[in-house]
Each structure stands twice: as C-alpha cells, then as structure tokens.
Design a protein around this ligand. Structure first.
Ligand code: ATP
Ligand code: MG
Length: 480
C-alpha cells in the first residue's frame, strides 16, 4: 500500500509567534548586513567619485583664476594656494611640466622634488582613487590633477589630494547615520510585528483555547474577540459549533434517557408478570389476561425498535430515496381502507376530499405511505369518538398539498413545534396513549425533509388538528 505521507514545511512545527519573530530577525539582520557590506562599498565608490570631481573642480578653478604660475613666481601665489587648499580640506601641490614639485601646501621642504616613476604617466591622468604618489606620501590618497597652461602649452600641473582614510571615515559616518535610522526602522518594524501578533496570533490562540475547553465539555466558556474581521467570523463559527455540540450532547443524553425509559417500562412489566406466573403468584385462570398484557408490551417493544431502526436509516441514508411516480390519491384510499376497522371502533368516519380523482406525484411511495400511516394513526388516536377525519389533496403550482385533519384533543400552542422532536409527547397524550413512542412524527418529518419538502401543523386544543405536507407533482400531471 502506498503511504500517503504529507510533505511538511521545515518550520511547520514552530509556533506562529516564533515564526513572526524569526521573520523579523531575518529581515533586520539581512538589512543590517546589506547596509554594512554592499552599502559601505557603494558609499565609498560614490564618495571617491564625488571627492575626485570636487578636487578636480577646485584645481581647474585655481588654474583659471591664477594664470601663469611658475616656479619663479610661486611666491606670489603661495598664499592663495595655501588658503584654497585649507578651504577645500586637501593638500595642494604645484609641479612643473617635468614633474618637479615646486609648491606644497602641506610642507615647505618639498620644493623641487621630482615625482618618481609617475612622470609623465601620473601627471597626464585627471584623477586617481588611491595612490601614495610613488611613495612620496606615507598614506593612500585620492588625487586630482589639472594642467597649468600658458600660450596653449602645458607649463605644469596642480595636484590636489586627500587621504583615502578621510573618505572612508566619511562613508562610515554616513553608514552610521543609516544604521541609526535603520535601528529606528527596526523598532518601528518590531511594533508592526507586535501589532500583527496581536491581531492574528492572539485571537487564534484564544480560539484554540476555547475549542480545547469545548472539546473537554466546558461549553459555558465564551469567546470574546475585539476584532471585526475574519477572526470574529471564526469565533462566531466556533461558538456556533460549540452550541450545536452542546445541543447534540444534550439531545443524546435525552435520547438515551428516553430509550432506556421506554425499554425499561415494558420490560419491567413483562418480567414482573412472567415471574408472577412462574412462581404461582398469578393463578392459571388469570394467565390469559396477563399474557395479553405481555403481548401488548412486546408489541410496543417491537414497534419501538422498528421506529429506532427507521430513524437511524433516515439519518444515515437520508437522501437515498427510491423516487417513482404514483397516484397519491390511490395510496390514501388504500390507507383509509386499512384504518377503517380501527376508526369504526371509535365511531370515526374517514372522508376523502380530492380535487381530482388522481394526483400523480414523484416521491418514494413506500416512505410516503409510512407518512400517511403515521398521520392517520395519530388522527384516529387523538380524535374524539364519533367524529370524522378529513384527508384532502389539491394542487398548488407544481406541488401537491396533502392534509390530514381530525376533530380531537388538539395540541397546546407551546407543544406545536415540539411534536416533531424525537420522543416528544404532549402531557395529555402521555396519559391517554401509553403505547405511543413519540417517534412517529419525527420519522414523518425526516421523510418529508428527505424529499426536500415541508410539513406543518395547525391545531386548536380541544377542537382538532390538521397536518399538511407537500410533494412534487409528477411531470405527467403537470402536462395535464
Ligand atoms: P407513535 O407515533 O410512535 O405511536 P406518538 O403518536 O405518541 O407515538 P408522534 O406520532 O410522534 O408520537 O406524535 C407526537 C405527539 O404529538 C403525540 O404524542 C401527541 O401528543 C401529539 N400529536 C400528534 N398528532 C396529534 C393529533 N393529531 N392530535 C393531537 N395530538 C397529536
Ligand atoms: Mg404517532
């Protein structure tokens, strides 16, 4: 046999709250790492580029505003060059076309110093990201070079540079600001996760706790949620389910109590009379009387077990009807005939009032005959003596309407809706009709409901009762 093993998500067993915290930490840490690796690198590149541009602009501005700088007249310009270097925050060199430094804003010692190895390559560049200028400086710098010209000839170069370290420090300072912002963002994110926790996980937990209470039989636990979303719907459905479960449990208890009672009373009398006959308490001449009682009680037990079996089968196979087309009027005639004897004993006459001689319906004939039996049985049982019973059929749209009306004890208003419940008997019938199980109408309703039709009752205590139910008219009748 193939095993139906469900694949599960790796973290499927982890509680929702932990999953949320995990998501939050993952987001926070990954963002932090991204910011401090790729972010810092990108920031460095951008800052280098920006600094190079700034230095180059500064050099070009100086070269344009101070034309004709040469080693010979440098004394005239050194003040302005030093000031410009300190304003830009960089170090400024002026070199002759052959690579000799004749001005250094950072030191006076480097006059006529030749830039090693870089000549002419170094000076022809406009910018360099990181250089120690052939070992001339002890740190790595970001440099910009601008040619000094006179009469369309290059007479020298202005070289501006600043330590790479400064740029890196600046980018770290920027990233620190971003990190600080990110920290606030994380706090904000944490608040959002908290809100998500409160609006999703918490109500779910409440729901679970309530379901656990219901499953352990504590139906009085109320589930209160302050949300108006799907969780409220879930809570309402859970509460509804709990209510249904409680009703079912109550019903089951009542059902078992009723069955036990209905089984115990006939069994007790059967046992009592049989024992009394066996030990001689009842003399043989009275045997017939008590044997009749035993037969009567046994018949009740058989009826009860049959009714229970019928109910059970409707519950399990409610929809399994054997639908056929038959004449309901003919079934009623047949049923009336079989009840004629019982009716006569009470002086009751059964009148049939049909709109048409035949009325064909689509239904399960056997089960509908059971309905007619139950209704007629009740009508005769609860009718006053020497009265009549009316069974009528008529059509209304695509429906056949069948009613059974008696002139009997009637049903009190408060019992009208309960007569279809299992084992329900009104107080008056409880006294009069001991044989009844209280299951007849419940079976009747189940059958009609299985046909997706309706049954209703109208009754006036002391005057009579009328049960009315509908059935679908067979297509044959509809064509008529
Ligand atoms: P069973 O049908 O098993 O013999 P029953 O007749 O007592 O028992 P139901 O047919 O389910 O049970 O009826 C339930 C109760 O409804 C009856 O006990 C009776 O109190 C009331 N009832 C039903 N039909 C009528 C009626 N025609 N007139 C007055 N009361 C009725
Ligand atoms: Mg009955």
């Amino acid at each position: 046999m193939r095993k139906n093993k469900k694949r599960r998500f790796v973290f499927s067993h982890v509680p929702l709250a932990l999953k949320l915290v995990g998501c939050f930490l993952f987001l926070a840490i990954s963002m932090f790492l991204l910011l401090n690796t790729y972010g810092i690198r990108t920031m460095n590149t951008v800052l280098f580029q920006k600094k190079e541009d700034l230095l180059y602009d500064a050099c070009s501005h100086l070269a344009d505003s101070l034309p004709g700088i040469t080693p010979q007249n440098i004394e005239n310009f050194s003040g302005q060059l030093t000031l410009a270097a300190s304003l830009e925050g960089c170090r400024l060199w002026a070199a002759s076309a052959d690579g000799k430094i004749f001005f250094d804003s950072g030191s006076t010692k480097r006059n006529n110093y030749v830039i090693p190895d870089y000549e002419p390559d170094f000076l022809t560049k406009t910018a360099i990201d990181s250089t120690n200028i052939g070992g001339l400086i002890s740190y790595h710098a970001c440099a910009a070079i601008y040619p000094l010209t006179s009469h369309f000839e290059t007479t020298g170069y202005l070289i501006a540079f600043l330590p790479v370290r400064h740029i890196r420090e600046e980018s770290v300072a920027y990233i620190d600001i971003f990190n600080l912002c990110f920290l606030f963002y994380c706090l904000f994110l944490f608040l959002i996760f908290l809100v998500i926790y409160f609006i999703t996980v918490l109500p779910l937990k409440k729901n679970i706790r309530a379901v656990q209470s219901y499953s352990s039989g504590k139906y009085d636990v109320t589930l209160r949620l302050s949300t108006r979303d799907e969780y409220e719907e879930l809570a309402a459905s859970t509460a509804f389910l709990a209510g249904e479960l409680k009703n079912l449990e109550d019903y089951q208890k009542k059902f078992i109590a009723n069955i036990s009672h209905d089984l115990r009373s006939p069994l007790t009398s059967i046992k009592g009379y049989a024992e009394a006959m066996a030990d001689g308490t009842i003399p043989p001449e009275l045997y017939e009387k008590y044997l009749h009682i035993i037969v009567y009680e046994t018949t009740r037990l058989v009826k009860l077990s049959q009714s229970l079996l019928a109910l059970n089968s409707y519950e399990n196979h409610g929809a399994m009807l054997e639908i056929s087309v038959f004449d309901i009027n003919s079934s009623i005639r047949q049923m009336a005939l079989s009840f004629e004897g019982t009716g006569k004993q009470k002086g009751i006459q059964i009148h049939l009032v049909f709109e048409e001689p035949s009325l064909f319906v689509s239904a399960d004939m056997e089960k509908i005959e059971q309905v007619l039996y139950n209704l007629l049985d009740n009508a005769i049982k609860f009718s006053y003596e020497n009265k009549s019973i009316h069974i009528s059929t008529k059509t209304k749209g695509y429906k056949a309407i069948i009613s059974v009306k008696d002139y009997g004890i009637g049903i009190p208003k408060e019992s009208l809706q309960k007569v279809f419940d299992r084992f329900y008997k009104t107080d008056s019938s409880r006294g009069k009709d001991k044989k009844g199980t209280g299951l007849g109408l419940s079976i009747t309703k189940d059958i009609i409901t299985a046909h997706k039709e309706h049954i209703s009752v109208v009754s006036t205590p002391g005057a009579g009762t009328e049960f009315t139910f509908s059935l679908p008219i067979a297509p044959r009748n509809k064509d008529d």
